[in-house]
Design a protein around this ligand. Structure first.
Ligand code: ZN
Length: 109
């Protein structure tokens, strides 16, 4: 289910997923298939980790990588969940065909 909240977003971010919802900054973004697909991949990741552990892992990996790279944006881009979502967001069939815990193969590269 897709919701729109204009005043919910930090900096350039325009979408996020909070299972079972995809939240967008603007109505027009509903037409952005790649963005929606990216968020659908996150919903799959969240569900397979039973939601709460996803967020804990996400923040822990972001903190670890921020220390590693000394660059919080680069850290965000390299979180395994984001690597999987960015690498496959243009493949519209990816959310239905990906293997469970598919993000694990993006932990190291
Ligand atoms: Zn993402």
């Amino acid at each position: 289910m897709i919701l729109v909240f204009k005043h919910f977003f930090y900096k350039n971010y325009v979408g996020l997923s909070l299972w079972p919802f995809i939240i967008l900054k603007e109505d027009a973004l509903k037409a952005d298939e790649v963005l929606i697909n990216h968020e659908r991949i996150h919903l799959k990741q969240q569900r397979e980790l039973l939601i709460l552990p996803f967020y804990l892992w996400y923040v822990a990996e972001w903190l670890f990588r921020t220390i590693l790279y000394l660059d919080s944006y680069r850290a965000y881009q390299n979180i395994s969940f984001e690597r999987e979502a960015y690498a496959n967001e243009k493949d519209m069939h990816y959310p239905s065909k990906r293997k469970t815990f598919g993000f694990l193969q993006y932990l190291t590269r």
